[in-house]
Write a new protein. Structure first.
Length: 243
């Protein structure tokens, strides 16, 4: 201001009151000049904006709380209420993402379709509450037996899916057998539960159009699952994608 580069300025300043609390002010300063343009004196105005600052800070805190709440809602919206694994809607979106990634990076993508064997009979014999406990136990076992970047979801009823990124057909079969054995060893339920598993793999050199089509992978895994059921259940079967 003294050098003539500007005539006024404003800034927020924080003061401490003599009793210890903080006082926020908006300081406005202007420069009065003599007739020859030389500086004469400063005019300073101090406006107490403590209440405005408090309201703004409260607004930021509320916005932060809303952002956290929205993130929690989004997380819950993608979760199955009973088993706490991903629900079908969220899985369908994730499948599209992983298919795009596999196509972009040239890596295989495998899918396991999992069905709890004779679950209706389990419910009829032991009740729906025990059936819910069984589904929860199966879901926990599938999650604990999968890798961190694998995706476990409840696909509907007693059916689950496990998505295995960057996993070929051999790796998918190994993972499926590991999960089948782990479920077979669940204890604490009214009786032992088992699963049938259908495996399907989309290879990196598969037809480009097929690699972008989620239905092809789902249909192949579902076909393999039916083969496992027809083979007596509590087993793993694999299917080849039709190109």
């Amino acid at each position: 201001m003294l050098e003539g580069k500007r005539n006024t300025y404003q800034m927020e300043k924080r003061y401490f009151h003599k009793d210890g609390h903080v006082v926020w002010v908006l300081l406005s300063v202007s420069l009065a000049r003599n007739e020859d343009g030389s500086p004469r004196y400063f005019i300073s105005q101090i406006h107490d904006i403590t209440e405005q600052k408090r309201l703004v800070e409260e607004l930021y805190r509320e916005r932060s709380r809303l952002q956290i709440a929205n993130r929690n809602l989004q997380r819950l919206a993608g979760r199955d209420a009973l088993t706490q694994v991903m629900n079908r809607l969220a899985f369908d979106e994730r499948l599209k993402e992983e298919l795009s990634r596999a196509r972009r990076e040239g890596t295989p993508l495998s899918l396991l379709m999992v069905d709890v064997d004779h679950f209706k009979r389990f419910n009829d014999e032991h009740g729906h509450a025990e059936g819910d406990r069984a589904l929860q136990a199966v879901a926990r076992t599938l999650v604990s037996g999968s890798r961190e970047h694998d995706v476990v979801a409840r696909y509907g009823g007693e059916e689950f899916v496990v998505l295995l990124p960057a996993t070929d057909a051999v790796g998918a079969r190994v993972a499926a057998e590991r999960l089948r054995r782990a479920v077979e060893e669940i204890d604490g339920l009214a009786r032992r539960v088992t699963i049938s598993v259908g495996c399907a793999t989309l290879l990196a050199d598969a037809e480009s159009r097929r690699r972008g089509d989620p239905s092809a992978l789902l249909a192949a895994a579902d076909q393999a699952l039916y083969a496992a059921k027809n083979a007596g259940r509590n087993c793993v079967r694999s299917a080849e994608l039709q190109t």
